[in-house]
Structure formats: C-alpha cells, structure tokens
Ligand binder design. Structure first.
Ligand SMILES: Cc1ncc(COP(=O)(O)O)c(C=O)c1O
Length: 428
C-alpha cells in the first residue's frame, strides 16, 4: 500500500482528466452528483482495482471497505471470473435470443443446487431492482392478488415497482403515485406484519437484514412469523437477498440463519462475481406454473446474457470452492470485534456496531459525523460510505477476499479518523 491520499488531484495529465470528467458530469450527466464529489473532496477518478484494493488515476491505493455495496464479494477482477468472461467474449458475448444457450441453464441449475428448500427455477435479469420487479409480478400472477406488505426503511431499488416496495419517503414522494397496493409496516415488528397480511396480499417482501436501512437485523423469530403469516393467508414470501445473498453474511443465504425458505428469492450484486451485472429471481415450482402457459409473459433482452452467465457460473463455483460463507463468518467476526473495540474508545462518535458476517454497520451519534468519517477515511486511503436510507450508519462491507493486513490497515486508519472526529464532536 502506498501512503496517505491527498484530496486534491495532482497537476498534469491525471489532474486534467479529473477536471474534465467532473465538468462533463456537471454539464452532461448529473450536476448534483458532481457537486457532491467536489464537496466531499473526491476529486479523483477510480482507475484500476484488484482484490480488496482500488487504485485511482494518480496511483493512490484505497482499502475497499465499501465493496460496491455488496457487488465485490469476490473482490475486484477475481482471476477465475475474469478468465471465464474473457473466454466467452471470444465465443459469443450476447445471445441471439433465438437459439437456446447452455449458460443460463447452467446458472439455473447451480442456483437450484445452492438455494435452500425447493427453490428451483430462475429468471435472469440485469440488476437488483429488476429482480424485485420480476418477483412482484410473479407473485401477482401466481396468486391472482394485487396487495403487498413491505417494510419501512426497506431498500429494494428505484424502478417504479421496486420503489413502491421501498420504504424511504425522500426517494418515493417525487414519483407518486407509485404502484398501488403496498402497505408498509415497521421492520422487525412481527405483530404489525401479521396484522397487515390478509386475503388480498399477493406477497410480503422483506430484506433478511435491512442493508441500506442501516444494517438492521430482525428479531430471531421475525422471519418465521412472516413465513407463517404468509402461509395462513395464502400469500407468498419474497426475500430480497440482492445484498445479503451468496455468502456475504456468513451463510450462503442470510435466510438460512433463520431457517426460513421464501417462495421467491431476489439476487444480484455478487452473482456477477464483481465483473458482470446480473440479477435473478429464484422461485419454487408452483410460482413458475404460469411460464408453462406463457413463456414470454416476462422477458428481458439482456437478462441472462452469455457474458453475465459465464461470470455467474465462475462466481458460484468460486464461492463454493473457496467457502466464502466460512470466510465471511471468520473475517466478519474479526472486523466486528475490532470495530467494537474502536466504538468503546470513541463513545461520543460511535453509538453502535452491528452486523452479520461481512455486512457490518457502524452507527454514529450524529448525522454530520458520518460525512466527516467518510471523507477522513478517503483522505487516508479507505473507501467507505453510509447506507442509502440511513446516513447515520457507515457500512463496512469489504470483499470476502480481504486479508488480515488489509483489515488491520483499515481499522488502524479508522482509529485515526475517529480520534479526529471525536475531537470535533467533543467541542460541540
Ligand atoms: C436489498 C437490495 N435490493 C435491491 C437493490 C437494488 O439493486 P440495483 O441497484 O442493482 O437495482 C439493492 C441495492 O442496493 C439492495 O440492497
């Protein structure tokens, strides 16, 4: 690892490109985002990455504690995944959409093998939100009902249906009216959920752990009670494991911690091995019946394309062969202990540390402190970011391939930043 990372771009070619890119963002992509990057001092460009380390255009290195919000479980450019994609690139990158392809079939078979219970059939798409859209539609067609029960603070993506399931007003309100039929109940309150599920409910949709809501773990019996409420009412249970799935929390799927099998399971992020975008909805056989009559009722041009599926096959094989759930469990415990020790030393800044496996949230005592920590970490060479629906929680979600030295370095730099921020907070 190289030394600390100054905030301003170096002069010269790199600096010119940074300024050009930020002004292009400002004028041609997203002016608000360009402003935020400049305000946060992120005036650089990501350039190259390997494993748990990201390098910017100036060659500065950052320990990746953000992990692309769960995308980089395999780290950046895992050689097995890169090689599989490269091979497929030379064969046939995208599908003819006319002839069958063996690749989605292989990913479907692998997912049927690794998902719990009788989850068996897969629909492939390109993102987490699309997986959620698919699950919502499948629940409606399979039950003939239109209602959904979702939770406050949930994050399921930002397309219209996924947004309707999500639970944060600032993202929802500008786009109302949203898809009708959604009721939101507090996450973790099983009685409220039971009361909301009735004969009009097509499905209950839940994250097993609310990731963007601030890494919120449910009470131990919550999922079992949700499952039972669905069974009683003839509704389906959709679990959104877009972020928690595929080893991240120390089990292959987070629902396995609670012994609950959903009717529909949404996946994305890590499924592409950190190299390709791909999403999937995996369902139990009764839900898939409608595809027998109407195989084209729900489709996606790019969903399940050969490049993405080649990446997914390699990604799943690596997760199994390198036992990512065990690695996430062990490394997660190490990091959680280190973070708890830091929390104990800076109580005026950190109010709680919690998580499962390598999905950890560091909750700060006041909102402004999160931004200070993020930018202090960036200055020193660590990438970390707060959760989308809760800016008081910094996510610590590194790749599973992170090694002990990298974890120690991240903790040591966080220690320095917390000391600095405590100095500011203690003056207030
Ligand atoms: C649980 C969950 N569901 C859905 C999504 C949406 O995924 P995407 O951004 O790929 O649409 C996310 C993204 O963070 C997520 O965490």
């Amino acid at each position: 690892m190289s030394g600390p990372s100054p905030r301003s771009p170096n002069p010269g070619v790199g600096g010119d490109l940074v300024n050009q890119a930020l002004s292009d963002y400002d004028q041609c992509v997203n002016p608000g985002l360009a402003w935020v990057w400049r305000f946060m001092g992120l005036e650089t460009l990501e350039w190259q990455a390997q494993g748990a380390v990201v390098r910017d255009i100036h060659g500065r290195e950052y320990v990746d504690f953000a992990g692309g919000y769960g995308v980089f479980t395999h780290g950046h450019r895992h050689p097995r995944v890169v090689e599989a994609v490269r091979r497929q690139l030379d064969m046939m990158p995208l599908s003819s959409r006319v002839l069958p392809s063996h690749l989605p079939a292989r990913v479907g078979r692998l997912l049927a093998q690794i998902t719990p219970g009788d989850l068996q059939y897969s629909f492939f798409c390109n993102s987490g939100a699309e997986a959620v859209e698919g699950a919502l539609k499948f629940a409606r067609v399979a039950t003939g009902r239109s209602g959904f029960v979702a939770t406050q603070g949930a994050f399921h993506g930002k397309t219209l249906g996924a947004l309707s399931a999500s639970g944060r007003e600032v993202f929802r309100r500008p786009f109302e009216p949203l898809v009708p039929g959604f009721t939101h109940v507090p996450f973790g309150d099983a009685a409220a959920l039971e009361a909301a599920v009735d004969e009009n409910t097509a499905a209950v949709i839940l994250e097993v752990i609310q990731g963007e809501g601030g890494v919120i773990l449910p009470p131990d019996d919550y999922l079992t009670r949700a499952r039972r409420a669905c069974d009683r009412a003839g509704a389906l249970l959709i679990l959104d494991e877009v972020q928690t799935g595929l080893g991240r929390t120390g089990r292959m799927f987070a629902c396995e911690h609670y012994g609950v099998v959903p009717d529909l399971l949404c996946l994305a992020k890590a499924l592409g091995g950190g190299v390709m975008p791909i999403g999937a909805v995996v369902g139990r056989p009764p839900v898939w019946e409608f595809f027998r009559q109407s195989p084209l009722l729900h489709t996606s041009t790019f969903g399940g394309n050969p490049l993405a599926c080649a990446a997914a096959v390699a990604a799943i094989e690596v997760i199994l062969e390198e036992d990512y759930p065990r690695q996430a469990r062990e490394k997660g415990e190490y990091l959680l202990n280190g973070l708890k020790e830091l929390a104990g030393r800076y109580p005026s800044v950190v109010s709680e540390v919690r998580g499962l496996g390598l999905l950890i949230g560091l909750e700060v005592t006041r909102e402004g402190a999160g931004g200070l920590i993020m930018s202090g970490l960036f200055d020193r060479g660590v990438l970390a970011v707060y959760t989308l629906n809760n800016q008081k929680v910094i996510r610590i979600e590194p790749p599973v391939v992170i090694d002990k030295d990298q974890m120690d370095r991240g903790l040591e730099l966080l220690d320095q930043v917390l000391a600095e921020v405590a100095g500011v907070v203690d003056q207030l």
